[in-house]
Write a protein of this length. Structure first.
Lengths: 280, 264
């Protein structure tokens, strides 16, 4: 780790590099943002933006349920809860009795209320309010390592499953006629999103995590014309806004998450403007 | 295909001479029923389909046509069985199904080329990473069957209804299936596109060893191309040639007396 720190201090001629928390945060950003950039492409393609939003909001409930069962590691309780929540949503969605939006809305608000009720009991809620905006500056080396592992798991998953997942998103019946196991894919992707959202929510914040997932891919859609460009631009936008946002937040003294989101949003509108000029 | 061995005279009798279909594969759809809760959507459908034949399903809206197609696809739970047999040696084979959906929902501005759309279904080379030359060639070959090879690098969301449908047809026959299912394939396509589509169906029938089930409302198409017509309303109300089906009471009830204007 120290070697990595030394390298960073050598190549980056800025004063903020002196602080270890900034170096950790920068590493975390460099891992999380491309991950979100990649996953976001599929979240938008398969119309899951609302789903991932609901997932983010269920984080507090995960913690709350964890405290009831006496699980002290909030990571474990959040991830477990989110996985169950994701699979349950998929199951109800497939029964097709209600429209997906309604299902997600109902379950997400119910789940969030349960969480808030439990956590606010005894007036202790302020302890958890940092979860709303997140604090990437408090990330530790060990946690950066954990993100790194998830990053590689996601890459492997993407290499193996992307084509099929993409096909399911275009037309599920057509995918099934090609012997693609659509349920397995949808579930595994939902679980992956659940894990990643939960493990990065402390750093990014409940209120902004979905923006970070959607904005880079949405920006990329404005200018990309095929799947390869879609990924490339999405990753670039994500890393760029992540790094610039982190540095800006350091100088401005603002929370990192929202700063990153604002940079990404500026890029979104800029590309939207470019694409509307091009199409004229 | 060994066409001169006449193991089943009845089957080969009808075959046009230029057909490549061997007529020796048959598909038995036995007692298919679909229930949703208490509600019966498909009731005991039995079908016998041979390669090289076009079977058209007609029926009113809500008669269960799409449900039947989805049951055959295995997407909807159903009772009954689907057997695919080689009549030559009576062996049961694995059925490969090609499917052309009613529509695909590709939002405007979706960054997806025809190559991406196609390769996603037929290849494991990750499409976000690179274009595989081999897959690219395979796709071009398939698209060429329907005169669509020039579309390969276009954005899928920019295609017209007819163009997209030719791409979907090409996807459905890669690799070549035993059974091709087409669910109202001409909805949202202009007359020119429809004519081209029907020519393509004819081409498939003549050049490939596959059976087709088509859901259609276009009686002009049914009259010209259907070998077998099925009038569906929960169950099979009537089957036979188009002329036979047209004469029956159920047909008149569903499609009314105005039918004469459909049929020429």
């Amino acid at each position: 780790m120290n070697i990595l720190y030394d390298i960073m201090e050598k190549i980056l001629p800025f004063s903020w590099v002196e602080y270890n928390f900034m170096k950790n945060a920068l590493l975390a950003i460099i891992i999380i943002t491309p991950l979100f950039g990649i996953l976001g492409t599929m979240v938008i393609n398969n119309r899951m933006a609302f789903f991932s939003d609901a997932l983010g909001h269920s984080a507090l409930t995960g913690i709350a349920v964890g405290t009831i069962f006496g699980i002290s590691d909030t990571n474990i309780s959040m991830v477990l809860y989110a996985i169950i929540f994701a699979i349950l949503l998929n199951y109800i969605k497939r029964r097709k009795t209600l429209s997906t939006d309604t299902v997600i809305s109902v379950f997400s608000s119910l789940s969030m209320s349960i969480g808030l009720m439990i956590l606010s009991k005894g007036g202790n809620f302020s302890r958890y309010s940092s979860m709303l905006v997140g604090d990437i500056l408090s990330i530790t080396v060990k946690e950066v390592g954990l993100l790194c592992i998830i990053f590689f798991i996601t890459l492997i998953y993407w290499l193996l499953a992307f084509n099929k997942l993409h096909s399911v998103g275009v037309n599920i019946s057509l995918a099934r006629s090609k012997n693609i196991k659509s349920n397995l894919l949808e579930d595994s992707f939902s679980i992956l999103i659940a894990i990643i959202v939960m493990l990065s929510i402390k750093w990014v914040g409940i209120l902004i995590i979905n923006a970070l997932l959607i904005l880079p891919a949405a920006t990329s859609r404005n200018i990309a014309s095929n799947v390869r460009e879609y990924h490339l631009f999405s990753i670039l936008v994500a890393i760029f806004s992540g790094v610039i946002g982190l540095v800006l937040s350091f100088y401005l003294g603002t929370a990192t998450g929202p700063t990153v989101v604002i940079i990404a949003a500026i890029l979104f509108f800029a590309t939207l403007f470019i694409s509307s000029i091009k199409s004229k | 295909m060994i066409r001169n061995i006449n193991t089943n005279k009845k089957e080969n009798g009808n075959q046009a001479d230029n057909s490549r279909a061997c007529g020796l594969h048959c598909l038995k759809i036995k007692d298919i029923s679909v229930k949703m809760g208490e509600h019966v959507i498909i009731d005991n459908v039995n079908l016998h389909i041979h390669c090289g034949k076009v079977t058209v399903i007609i029926g009113r809206n809500g008669a269960g046509k799409t449900t039947l197609i989805k049951a055959i696809l295995g997407e909807i739970d159903h009772s009954g069985s689907i057997e695919f047999m080689d009549l030559k040696d009576k062996s049961v084979e694995n059925l490969k199904i090609g499917y052309v959906p009613q529509y695909v929902n590709i939002e405007k501005n979706t960054p997806m080329s025809v190559y991406d759309l196609f390769a996603g279904y037929i290849s494991n080379v990750p499409i976000f990473l690179r274009k595989s030359k081999k897959v690219y060639e395979t796709i071009r070959e398939s698209l060429r069957v329907f005169d669509a090879e020039h579309l390969i690098d276009k954005r899928a969301s920019d295609l017209s209804g007819g163009e997209l449908q030719r791409v979907l047809l090409a996807i459905a026959i890669t690799p070549i299936p035993n059974l091709l299912l087409l669910d109202e394939p001409v909805s949202g396509i202009d007359r020119k596109g429809m004519d081209l589509f029907y020519k393509n169906i004819q081409k498939l029938k003549e050049n490939y060893d596959l059976a087709m089930i088509v859901v259609s409302h276009d009686f002009e198409f049914v009259r010209q191309y259907a070998d077998h017509v099925i009038l569906l309303d929960k169950t099979i109300k009537k089957e036979g040639t188009f002329e036979e089906v047209r004469q029956c009471e159920e047909f008149k009830k569903v499609f009314g007396r105005g039918i004469d204007e459909y049929s020429l």
